[in-house]
Every structure is written in C-alpha cells, then in structure tokens.
Design a protein around this ligand. Structure first.
Ligand code: HEC
Length: 81
C-alpha cells in the first residue's frame, strides 16, 4: 500500500532536463507508514503528467477547482462566508 504526492517549490524543477520538466513540481511515493518510498524514478511521473501542462500538470485541477467553487458558493449561500 502506497500513495503518490506532488509538490512544487521555487527551483525544484531545475534538477530535471528541460524535456521532462514539469515546471517546479517534484513527485514522490509514500508508504502506508508515511515514510518515503525509495527507488522511485520521478522521470516516469514527469513524462506522464506533461500532457497536463496547460493545467499546471495536475490532471484533476478542473475537478478540484469546480469543487472548491461549488463549496464556496454553498457556504456563501448559507451566509457562512
Ligand atoms: C501512466 C501515466 C501516469 C504516471 C506514470 C503517473 N501518473 Fe500521476 N496521474 C495520472 C493520471 C491519469 C492522473 C489522474 C487520475 C484521476 O483523476 O483519477 C494522475 C494523478 C496524480 C495525482 C493527483 C493530482 C492530479 O494530477 O490529478 C498525483 C499526486 C500523482 N498523479 C502523482 C504521481 C506520481 C508521484 C507518479 C510517479 C511515481 C505518477 N503520478 C505517475 C497519470 C500518471
């Protein structure tokens, strides 16, 4: 059992060749006990996420944005925001 993660920080993309770079995103896999899984080749993550460059390399960005928007309007609707 493991889970994937992606995070970006200024300069983090510099370690990768231009051809596979995903902006400043880095990718990682963590195990169930939250320790970093070693031996993961980030190149596999980078090349598969490249087609989502127009969505900041995040496949689910549109879904997340839509969810955030509907949650916000629901909260505004009940006067919570
Ligand atoms: C074969 C292509 C492929 C590879 C290789 C791949 N991903 Fe993804 N990744 C996807 C797709 C497609 C989604 C969207 C899945 C969904 O929405 O159900 C995704 C989603 C994600 C997400 C959630 C955010 C998002 O983009 O929607 C994270 C985090 C992630 N991948 C991390 C990784 C990591 C870390 C690696 C390398 C260990 C990796 N991925 C390798 C195709 C890939």
């Amino acid at each position: 059992m493991a889970y994937t993660a992606m995070q970006k920080q200024p300069g983090w993309g510099d370690q990768f060749p231009e051809m596979i770079r995903n902006g400043d995103w880095n990718y990682a896999v963590f195990q169930a006990d939250h320790t970093l899984k070693s031996g993961v080749n980030q190149a596999t993550c980078l090349v598969c996420h490249i087609p989502e460059a127009s969505n900041d390399y995040v496949f689910s960005l549109n879904k997340l944005a839509a969810k955030a928007k509907s949650t916000q309007s629901a909260l505004t609707g009940i006067g919570a925001l």
